[in-house]
Design a binder for this molecule. Sequence first.
Ligand code: NAD
Length: 330
Amino acid sequence: MKLIMYSVRDAEKPYVEAWTKKTGNDVKMVTEPLNADTVKLAEGYDGVSLQQTAKLGDKKLYEQLAAMGIKQLAARMVGVDIFDLDACKANGIIVTNVPIYSPRAIAEMGVTQAMYLLRRIGEFEQRMSHGDFRWSDDLISNEIYNLTVGIIGLGNIGGATAQIYKALGAKVLSYDPSYNVEYEPYVEYTDFDTVVKNADILSLHTPLLPSTENMIAAPQFKMMKDSAYLINMARGKLVNTADLISALENKEIAGAGLDTLADETSFFGKQVSSDQIPDDYKKLAAMPNVLVTPHVAFLTETSIRNMVEISLNDAVTILEGKHSRNEIRM
Ligand code: NAD
């Protein structure tokens, strides 16, 4: 097969080259995203792989792709909201995504942040920057095997997180409305409030849904132990940011590790000037007991390799007339 791959990043190239060598297919890599100007590059190719945030809202683009004989679009990402799925269906174009590329990547980032916070590293760093190298009693840490970890949302990432904490010796409590027997060896399922009240580390791994938005707000911060750390590797809007800042200022919790923020889209993944950085971020980043990373928990070699390989394998599967489990229902 001859495929064209849009928005290729340098980090992806070795994995694409390895895949073409392994499978005998050809891939033309271009750095531009798919759009009205670049759609013509797909002429002469059998299939398309892409990864971009720019929406493909113009129906004409799908007609052009169909006229060139393109029958599938393989997204190297989870979200498919960039596509006009009705236009895809109308033009006989099947869309695939990569819903699971490396749960461990996100799980390990959450655990890494929790350990950094637990050992009070940011607080030591802040004091050392002022010449204070003392062993202060107020910065005595805890060891994970003595702690209770609460996991809200026990899916692929929550499950991988639970396995790591269990391996470190922690007691792991979890709330998820859907029970998964696979995780029984690692967690004790219980109700939401019990997890929130008992967790020394509260780790969020649910999707953002109307039912999960603001699931951690003032009432939950009041329920949490004042020695507890909140870890949010899922979606910023699961947490009420204003309430989080108040809870930290009032010492209702000990700290927070955040890979996502409610208003992140205006600056995460971008180079911005100081006046473009939201005040909430500035307040959080100034706290030594808070860690913020710009939605990079997924950013590992394994994730990149899997996104490339799964998307290209799916493109070929669809072009061979077979079904992929990653096909988007339209
Ligand atoms: P998943 O679908 O495998 O698991 C989500 C789990 O949440 C499911 O088991 C579901 O039953 C549960 N759930 C739904 N509503 C709930 C509720 N009200 N209370 C408790 N549990 C609830 O998804 P996943 O692959 O584990 O991903 C989880 C989330 O992680 C994603 O939705 C995404 O927001 C986030 N994510 C973040 C990054 C990153 O780089 N930071 C990368 C990928 C995914």
